[in-house]
Write a protein that binds this ligand. Structure first.
Ligand SMILES: Cc1cc2nc3c(=O)[nH]c(=O)nc-3n(C[C@H](O)[C@H](O)[C@H](O)COP(=O)(O)OP(=O)(O)OC[C@H]3O[C@@H](n4cnc5c(N)ncnc54)[C@H](O)[C@@H]3O)c2cc1C
Length: 433
């Protein structure tokens, strides 16, 4: 539950503001929701604790369904002008056998590919577009630290900004603060842990002109290695059993470099680019889901409501789809000041099925494939399902649909208000760039 303001210093120079909706977290869920609400004429304030959108890792996939949303918003051509790579299929290698796992070219969407774009470019793009609407405000370097509650209802957020403490009063507070959401804890919402057997090591290697360009996942007994082609570099993921980073480090960096060379012989000479373990980031994986996503005056979306496994690279897609559904259900009521808890309940009802089905799929893959591969010694044979994918290429459309579109794709139904010709000065775009 929300605490009293943290310490007496908090009250010094306290600034109080009032908005219709305050969103904690400027990730895919928060930025998309902020944009859609501002576009629908709602006064919205996003708080982002970091000074920019640059992070070691943010997941750089923009799925066909998100590109469809961008088309509905009339923003697709501008978005695709930003540097990106287009993956029309995703491949995998098990032992020596190579196969295409997902073929996006038959999807019933405008863009039949996954766009790989630095997430900070995508978020920055949304921020710039949102800044054209008078109701949009984005505060970078501002951390939501607590909820303000009155008579069992959330009525605002306490935040820490560079200039000092902020108190924001809002009809609705949305927690879009990711898988380590502190606000969902403050709200006392209970999460169900679904478990993840692995963590991921994340690093970059340079590309060369004669490299293959296909995004690849390579499965060997005891090891899974993923390479995503990003133009000037390879984004590499090395999957390890949960909690085994110390053992890996004890084997030494040279042994790790040798593993990389084994998985990607064409990049053998570049393994030396990893000068120390500082070049390798550990990303812990967690999968969970809130039993209730809301309380009066409060709603969780994206990873704050359901932390996603990296399996299938679909978490961003779900976060964006949550944002679209939320805006569809609440923007009119928020604008008129008539929002009630039934609307928040409706958001959970709408988004719970896609979340459950996707997480179920991820957990099954984690148990049946990831755990088995990581625990295996000796040769690895392609499982039956994989042999079928290779034999009947039409089957490659199924994973493509699950990854590219997902379950119950959302359409934007919110109306658009007029844009200002000049971006809002209040939007903290300078620091977002
Ligand atoms: C190893 C790994 C690899 C993954 N790979 C992919 C992939 O390739 N493709 C994919 O689609 N998904 C991937 N995912 C999942 C994906 O990262 C998440 O599902 C997605 O980022 C969720 O978006 P979000 O907006 O809900 O949260 P986040 O992206 O986590 O954004 C939350 C934001 O809130 C901010 N914040 C946090 N606390 C506060 C606070 N108190 N006040 C203010 N701001 C705050 C954070 O700085 C952050 O900007 C991966 C996950 C993992 C763990």
């Amino acid at each position: 539950m929300a605490n009293q303001a943290a310490g007496t210093n908090f009250h010094r120079n306290l600034v109080t503001r009032s908005v219709r909706c305050c969103i904690a977290g400027g990730g895919p869920a928060g930025m998309m929701l902020g944009f859609l609400l501002a576009r629908a004429g709602v006064h919205v304030l996003i708080l982002e604790k970091h000074g920019d959108f640059l992070r070691d890792f943010r997941g750089d996939t923009i799925h066909p369904s998100t590109l469809e949303v961008m088309h509905e918003l009339g923003l697709l051509p501008q978005l695709l002008q930003l540097p990106h790579q287009e993956a029309r299929e995703i491949g995998a290698q098990i032992g020596d056998a190579r196969f295409t796992f997902a073929d996006f070219t038959h999807l019933p969407t405008r863009c039949k590919f996954i766009a790989f774009m630095p997430q900070w470019d995508f978020l920055d793009f949304l921020a710039r577009q949102a800044a054209h609407y008078p109701g949009f405000d984005l505060r970078m370097r501002t951390e939501a630290v607590d909820l303000i509650e009155e008579f069992g209802r959330v009525v605002g957020v306490r935040a820490q900004a560079p200039e000092g403490p902020l108190e924001i009063r809002a009809d609705l507070v949305v927690a879009a603060d990711g898988r380590t959401s502190s606000l969902r804890e403050k709200a006392g919402l209970q999460a169900q842990e679904l478990g993840a057997p692995m963590d991921v090591l994340w690093f970059r290697l340079a590309t060369r002109p004669d490299d293959p360009e296909q995004t690849m996942a390579r499965f060997e007994a005891g090891q899974i290695f993923i390479m995503i082609y990003r133009g000037e570099h390879w984004q590499c993921g090395y999957v390890i059993p949960k909690g085994s980073m110390e053992q890996l480090q004890a084997r030494g960096l040279n042994a790790f470099r040798a593993d990389i060379a084994k998985h990607a012989p064409f990049a053998r000479d570049r393994a030396a680019e990893l000068a120390s373990w500082d070049d390798v980031k550990l990303l812990t994986v967690q999968v969970d889901r809130l039993r209730e996503w809301y309380r009066p005056g409060f709603l969780c979306i994206g990873d704050a409501a359901h932390a996603m496994s990296p399996i299938g690279g679909v978490g961003i897609n779900l976060a964006i789809q949550d944002a679209v559904a939320t805006a569809n259900y609440i923007s009119e009521a928020l604008r008129k000041g008539t929002l009630n808890v039934d609307r928040l309940k409706a958001v959970q009802r709408r988004r719970e099925l896609p979340t459950r089905v996707t997480q179920r799929f991820q957990v099954v893959i984690q148990k049946r494939v990831i755990s088995r591969v990581l625990g295996r010694i000796g040769e690895l044979d392609p499982p039956f399902a994989v042999r079928m994918l290779t034999r009947f290429s039409i089957l490659q459309r199924i994973p493509a649909r699950l990854i590219g579109i997902g379950i119950r794709p959302e359409r934007v139904t919110t109306r658009a208000t007029a844009v200002s010709t000049q971006p809002q000065e209040s939007a903290d775009l300078g620091s977002a760039r």
